[in-house]
Design a protein around this ligand. Structure first.
Ligand code: ARG
Ligand code: ZN
Length: 865
């Protein structure tokens, strides 16, 4: 059933225009469509084959006449059609019964759509592929009641009443593929505003939110305006329609969707206010609003030829949203977050049975490929391109790409050819980043020759084989480099290029640098390539870089690797651990730096989570990793208790909550300090004091960030105030599902094997709802994806629970089922006992009747690995 990239064939027909009419009702929505088709193939006998899924077909007419057609395997085949003709179809769908949340469905009383990648075929029969671009005219006739707002893409051209029902007609002047179609109908609160574009046009902005959530929409509206301004300033891209609409819905499989001029969002990425949302929520709203808005050019105006090219729009748009967050929020924070995603989730994916290149070769269920590889590794690839050709050439290349391919459906190769042409840089070898899966490992060795005054740097690269690619060729690796003297001064040897980049393109290569004294090469500043670096740095080298390097990534990385070194050295002897003196010394140094930037201090004092530490071993020893990590945390907390207490006092909140990066950093530092104090107090068995501190922090704070910090500490460290705070939170927020998800998440991420039982119990909580993806992610997803201790409980109860949920959920929402299944796929890296337990659960899932393609594809990959 898998489709291969190289089997792409241009469509036999295209559609130029489509008119849709929706007569909305819960379980009997009548969809009428008339589309104009043109034959593209020379073959006059070729029938028109339309895609469709779960449709009740009522009638088909070609140019108004009855015709010969057959319905089979997700297709409607119409024979004997002329070269140009209209097809009119009437079919019925049942939005209220559609729990897959693909196509047209109902979310808390309102109708909405999700058509990417292949949801449009669940609305009506059509050429549901991204290389068929048509103009849409859409009439929505509302249901009997409750839908004051009727929206689709483009401009409103007509509205009124027909037989007691409201209707609206929308026309989108831009041809688009079906995956960008959207419809929304419901009753909402409206936040409206305007934006004046650089050429002076006024765009009206509408943000539709849940009734009563007006205030919670204000930040998102700010972010829309920031995004529009930023894209003009940085890339000279001006919005192209007179209105831009964003709708927040409560049931949504992913983050958000860039439908032309009608973005639909998971409400978690829209609705925020200080009382109910955290700093991270605010940050994410800005970034996701930016992301979807930036798709207007990179995705909508220039779209994809086929789904194997998904990264073409996603990686470029993630790169753009990261640059947006860097420019309007914080470059350091944005970069460090992005690196975390790569080094925890993406490296793990590369090492898993589902490893795939940024441009995949073979796909069974496209929904399985909305991955950290496509999005985030892809964005790193774009970033390397930016590094290699430079900002000016990058801007020129992007402008050329958007101009040349405007209104077209294109490929990664088209993009690279525009970039190459604009920059006059040959990108032939660079394309390997798109075709090879797996994480390259760069080994670096160096030696200083005091007589010659030369430092020789020997580099070697290797990409480990993945399932479908045994042999790998060397890739282009830009290494942002500087050199540090023993007393922390930066020196620039004449051989280093002006931009500080070493271009490493071969399997093996040596580089020589002239330096008057012995220096330490600082490699991959700003994480200039998504690779693993294997270098013989000592603890002292890391301490030197931590103290003297300006680069935020190098600083955070140095502290992380100090910890990694300790972990690796003691994996075999986790029951007898020495005090981690080097780490404590480094942390102490950071804490005593009065001029340190709170944001960086907090990042540097972070102990990597288990999900990152697991990447240190091929076979994962969960028990040893967990023991060592907890031990390090405890020893640091004990040794530096006074420092953390001072820090906690010094960073105490003054005045009421405001969201900005400075305040956010201060809060993060304050929370880190509190956590370390709790670790120490727990170790002292000073239960009362620990509970008092945390209870106090909870009660005295005025914002969700601080409350959740306290609640998390109470639950994760099992403090005496745990039940009290949980109860208080539950009473206050159980009527607010979005906020209440924190109640689930906090408990599902408690690092204990008992968590499995608690998750099982919480699944019966009246607020839990397996048909809502946010609820599932907050509870079962959190345990599966962010709690290795519980998921990998020795008795297999974590695997059993996950398997039970996946089997059940696959029948309700297969996309979410396939997503939360992911951690089980790497079972071959577990110890023998756990591997056996996990494997049995995979087999059990596989033996279910009517398993979805998505879950099937992943299990097959895992079992065959
Ligand atoms: N294109 C959307 C985004 O920006 C994601 C849509 C994902 N949809 C899905 N069914 N997997 O990023
Ligand atoms: Zn996107």
């Amino acid at each position: 059933k898998a489709v291969k990239r190289l089997d792409y064939r241009a469509p036999d027909f295209t559609a130029t225009d489509i008119e849709l009419e929706f007569n909305l009702s819960d379980d009997y929505t009548i969809v009428k469509s008339t589309a104009h088709y043109i034959r593209l193939t020379e073959d006059k006998k070729a029938p028109l084959c339309l895609d469709g899924e779960d449709l009740e077909l009522h009638s088909v007419f070609v140019d108004g006449l009855v015709c010969k057609y057959t319905e089979e395997k997700g297709q409607l085949i119409i024979e004997d059609v002329p070269d140009e003709f209209d097809v009119s179809i009437e079919n019925v769908i049942a939005p209220a019964l559609n729990t897959t949340l693909m196509g047209l469905y109902k979310s808390c009383g309102c109708f909405c759509t999700q058509c990417e990648p292949q949801g449009f075929r669940r609305i009506t029969y059509f050429l549901d592929r991204p290389d068929v671009l048509a103009k849409y005219k859409v009439t929505i006739i509302g249901p009997e009641s409750g839908c004051g707002v009727l929206l689709s893409n483009g401009n409103l051209v007509e509205s009124g009443e027909k037989q007691g029902r409201r209707y609206c007609t929308w026309v989108d002047p831009f041809p688009k593929p079906s995956y960008l179609f959207a419809l929304v109908a419901g009753s909402f609160d409206l936040v409206s505003d305007t934006f004046k574009t650089k050429s002076g046009r006024e765009v009206s902005l509408q943000l539709y939110v849940d009734r009563g959530a007006y205030e919670r929409g204000l930040w998102a509206m700010e972010c829309i305006k920031q995004s529009m301004k930023w894209d003009e300033d940085r890339f000279n891209l001006e919005y192209d329609l007179d209105n831009f609409k964003v709708v927040a819905v409560d049931f949504f499989n992913q983050g958000a969707m860039e439908n032309k001029s009608l973005n639909i969002f998971n409400s978690i990425y829209v609705l925020v206010d200080p009382k109910s949302a955290t700093d991270t929520n605010f940050f994410n709203v800005q970034s996701v609003i930016g992301h979807e808005y930036f798709h207007n050019y990179t995705g909508d105006r220039v779209t994809l030829r086929d789904w194997f090219q998904l990264s073409l729009k996603e990686s470029l748009t993630v790169f753009r949203d990261q640059e947006f967050s860097s420019d309007v929020a914080s470059r350091a924070l944005t970069r460090l977050h992005a690196v975390d995603v790569i080094r925890s989730a993406q490296f793990a994916e590369d090492a898993s049975p589902m490893a795939h290149p940024v441009r995949p070769e073979e796909v069974m269920e496209m929904n399985n490929f909305y991955t950290v590889t496509i999005y985030d590794k892809g964005a790193e690839v774009i970033r390397m391109l930016h590094t290699i050709i430079g900002e000016d050439n990058f801007k020129k290349g992007l402008a050329l790409y958007l101009d040349r391919y405007d209104g077209k459906a294109v490929t990664v190769d088209d993009f690279l050819s525009a970039m190459s042409e604009a920059s006059a840089v040959d990108l032939t070898q660079f394309t390997r980043w798109y075709s090879q899966a797996g994480t390259p490992v760069v080994t670096a060795k160096w030696a200083y020759d005091a007589n010659e005054k030369k430092l020789t740097l020997d580099l070697e690269q290797k990409t480990p084989p993945t399932l479908s690619q045994k042999e790998k060729d060397p890739v282009v690796i830009p290494i942002r480099t500087s050199f540090l003297t023993g007393d922390g001064k930066e020196v620039t040897p004449p051989e280093l290029s002006a931009n500080g980049i070493i271009m490493f393109t071969k399997d093996k290569e040596s580089f020589t640098f002239t330096c008057d004294e012995e220096v330490l090469p600082v490699l991959f500043k700003d994480f200039s390539a998504p690779v693993k670096l294997d270098a013989h740095y000592s603890d002292d080298d890391y301490k030197l870089m931590l103290e003297y390097c300006e680069d935020p990534f190098i600083r955070k990385n140095s502290s992380e690797f100090l910890i990694n070194n300790y972990v690796k050295d003691h994996l075999e002897s986790a029951d007898n651990l020495p005090v981690p003196a080097s780490i404590i010394e480094a942390f102490s140094h950071v804490l005593s730096d009065k001029n340190g930037d709170p944001l960086l201090t907090c990042q540097v004092l972070n102990i990597p989570p288990l999900s990152v530490l697991t990447e240190l071993c091929h076979k994962i020893d969960f028990d040893a990793l967990h023991t060592i990590r907890s031990f390090i945390e405890k020893e640091i907390a004990k040794a530096l208790f006074a420092d953390f207490s001072n820090l906690y006092a010094k960073t105490k909140a003054t005045g009421s909550y405001v969201y900005n990066i400075k305040e956010m950093s201060k809060r993060s530092l304050n929370h880190l300090a509190l956590k370390m104090m709790i670790v120490k107090l727990k170790d002292d068995k000073d239960e009362d004091k620990a509970a008092d501190l945390v209870r106090d922090h909870y009660k005295k704070s005025d914002n969700m960030t601080a409350k959740l910090c306290a609640l998390t500490l109470a639950v994760h460290y099992d403090l005496l105030c745990k039940e009290e705070l949980l109860k208080e939170f539950e009473d206050k927020w159980s009527g607010d599902p979005l906020v209440f998800d924190n109640f689930f998440r906090v408990q599902a991420t408690a690092p204990s094997e008992d968590t499995v039982k608690i998750v099982r119990k919480l699944m019966k909580h009246p607020c839990f709802d397996k048909t809502n993806p946010n609820r599932v992610r907050a509870l079962v997803g959190a345990m599966a994806l962010s709690n290795p201790v519980a998921l990998n409980a020795k008795d297999g109860s974590g695997y059993a629970l996950l398997s039970e949920v996946v089997r059940d959920l696959d029948k309700v929402n297969p996309q979410v089922a396939a997503r939360i299944l992911t951690p089980l796929l790497s079972f071959k890296r577990f110890d023998e006992a756990r591997a056996e337990l996990a494997r049995n659960e995979l087999l059990r899932i596989k033996s279910e009747k009517d398993l979805s393609n998505g879950v099937f594809e992943k299990i097959e990959a895992a079992l065959n690995s």
